[in-house]
Design a protein around this ligand. Sequence first.
Ligand code: KG4
Ligand code: ZN
Length: 312
Amino acid sequence: MLTLGVETSCDETSVAVVDERMRILSNVIISQIDIHQQYGGVVPEIASRQHVANIMPVLDEAMRKAQIKITDIQQVAATTRPGLPGAVMVGRVFGDSLATALKVPFVGVNHLHGHIAGLKLSNPDLRPPMLCLLISGGHTAVYLLDDTWTTQLLCTTTDDAIGEAFDKVARVLGMPYPGGPKIARMADMTANFTPFISRSPKENFSYSGLKTAVLNYVNYEQQVGHSLNIPQICANFQYCAVEQLLCKIKVLLKKHHVQNLGICGGVAANQYLREQFTNLCDEQGVRLYLPRPELCGDNAAMIAAAALLGIK
Ligand code: KG4
Ligand code: ZN
């Protein structure tokens, strides 16, 4: 089934073509980051308007790159939840209308399932059962997948998502949105630090306490007139943010006796996190599946992949 994917749930407008063997024929992404950066985060109304302006040129480019005609498309898949409501609506109505005009099926896709299914695009040999850690700007969750790609949510965050914490800490340190990649670069500049915050809640994840600890530390240091050692703060924050994931995954791998671990979502691009999980999985004799760095963030190929796999 030659599948057209559409993704507009946040600040990326993306259209992709993926074939039944899960090969990406095209995956065009227009990011709105430059526009939202001046406001320090994504402005929902602006995001919707930009999707409306971008969606047709992105479709044209996806057709050109895939070297197919629009009438070759056999199914259309678009993100229908969760996300910014106005932004999601643009892609959903666009995809549904296109499917109706082409007289092909329309598949509504859960964006989170898209991130999980997207792992198959980077790892063709991946076969569940597996544990999957989803870490993005809006979500921090662990799913158990059975061999039919049916997901079961095991745990989630009680407050902030990990990517949101990266973005907020970056903001307080004067770095532009999105903060994750900038914190990671700063953290690479320091080799030694003493972790000043550590939280490993038992049942779920929590990032609000960690974020507040960093904000309090920064405020205190500024009040007493100390200059901030930004690389050390970033390395410290990144260490604590990843430590929490490592502790929880270690326990869940044992509890559910799974041999495969997938990690997906924008934060999966973090190099330190990738190295730490590679070590953990080596230790535990578990196979680790990561998306290629360019497929960690939001993209439409993963939405098409979710439809092709029938992930639920
Ligand atoms: O999956 P994604 O593109 O969008 C959502 O569905 O949320 O994830 C975006 C998030 C942002 O919070 C961004 O700061 C974070 O992923 N991110 C990173 C890195 N690259 C992106 N966080 C930590 N380290 C990175 N290298
Ligand atoms: Zn996402």
